[in-house]
Design a binder for this molecule. Structure first.
Ligand SMILES: Nc1ncnc2c1ncn2[C@@H]1O[C@H](COP(=O)(O)OP(=O)(O)OP(=O)(O)O)[C@@H](O)[C@H]1O
Length: 360
């Protein structure tokens, strides 16, 4: 995946910016509030339909403007030129992919694979399970063609079941939706478990590069019900009275989670903030490596403000790991990190000031 052009209009402080990154390492420097993260958010928006700082309606559109727009051109793994554009008002959007109307944002996001590490990424380890489910489902969305239909079936059945639970129905009205949840949920869960099993050795290698002192990292999957005790159908039945009282479905794959285990530590609570960040970075890079192994090309790697998150040694390891693979990287920093002055890789330099980007 090689981004060659990114045009951004009216996204936070970026009024009208054109970014033409090189295929390798791109360093974007600028002072606080200059617009570095906004540039990375523009890339992320095309890859995820949202920012890592929230949804478009949460302040992504420049104040006083009706909509933002982002346009990108890139080369995919098969050497084909691709282009995509998105205009978003915060509530409504229109998107084009290779010159045609994109029927859904999902379709757009399936084409441009992006992984981002940013100052909030430690939430992947320290935050709620929704961060980790999103991480897991992003990977499956890109590498497992059967995932999206199953995920949609499950989400629809869950919505219907929850609506019935809120109304306090006759219990047997739940039966067809329980069956649908079981059929799609078991499949969803086994796709997630299989993916984590494939990711585990990649994570062990990657985490070993950053945190060798913690021993070999392992991954534990928590499917969202006590799978080792009973199947999902029984879990739903057993939870039915509680679900009726709560008004929502309390067990199932929508409550799934996963965790990173280190033999040297009793649990994730024992990680320092820096170790949380390094573990999150290892997970994100492992995910990108696993993506590359499946798809034959690396996703675009965005590393926002990485130098303020890591010490120089870890920064060098992280950049070397990504750049050795030939991935395209967008790295932002208030100042050029010292490790970039060595022989790491050729660097294309850009500078942003009050929302105006220029090649440095
Ligand atoms: N909706 C908006 N409309 C206009 N300006 C905005 C909007 N949201 C944020 N901003 C401004 O855009 C800038 C955001 O910059 P950004 O977060 O990209 O900075 P940065 O270069 O990453 O800075 P830092 O180094 O401090 O993280 C800030 O100056 C902020 O005040």
């Amino acid at each position: 995946m090689r981004l060659s052009r990114l045009d951004v209009q009216n996204l936070r402080c970026l009024v009208d910016v054109r970014f033409e990154p090189s295929p390798g390492l791109n360093l974007v420097t600028g002072g606080n509030g200059a617009g570095k993260t906004s540039l990375v958010e523009a890339v992320h928006l095309l890859g995820y339909g949202r920012s890592f700082r929230g949804r478009v309606r949460d302040g992504l559109v420049r104040s006083g403007q009706p909509a933002l727009s982002v346009y990108a051109e890139w080369m995919d793994g098969q050497g084909r030129s691709r282009r995509a554009g998105l205009r978003h008002t915060g509530s409504e959007w229109e998107a084009r992919l290779d010159g045609s109307q994109a029927p859904s944002l999902t379709e757009l996001c399936a084409e441009l694979a992006v992984v981002s590490f940013e100052p909030g990424s430690h939430e992947l380890i320290a935050g709620g399970a929704e961060h980790r489910r999103r991480f897991l489902d992003w990977a499956l969305f890109h590498v497992e063609p059967g995932f999206l239909p199953v995920w949609r079936r499950y989400a629809r059945a869950l919505k219907q079941r929850n609506a019935l639970l809120k109304r306090g129905p006759a219990a047997n009205a739940l039966d067809p939706w329980d069956q649908e949840l079981v059929d799609s949920g078991q499949r969803l869960s086994s796709l997630r478990a299989d993916y984590l099993a494939r990711l585990e050795p990649v994570l062990a290698t990657t985490a070993g590069e950053f945190l060798p002192e913690l021993g070999q990292a392992g991954l534990g999957f928590l499917p969202g019900w006590r799978q080792s005790d009973y199947p999902l159908a029984d879990a739903l039945l057993l939870a039915r009275d509680r679900d009726l009282a709560l008004g929502y479905t309390s067990v199932g794959p929508h409550r799934a989670d996963w965790r990173v285990d280190y033999p040297a530590l009793p649990g994730k609570e024992a990680l320092s903030r820096g170790q949380e960040k390094l573990t999150a970075l290892a997970c994100i890079l492992a995910q990108a490596r696993a993506f590359a192994a499946d798809r034959g090309e690396w996703p675009l790697v965005c590393l926002d403000d990485l130098a303020s998150e890591l010490d120089q040694t870890h920064l060098r390891h992280a950049l070397a790991a990504v750049l050795d693979s030939g991935a395209q990287v967008i790295l932002t920093a208030t100042e050029a990190p010292a490790v970039l002055t060595g022989d790491l890789a050729p660097v294309a330099r850009f500078h942003v000031e009050r929302g105006v980007l220029r090649q440095a």
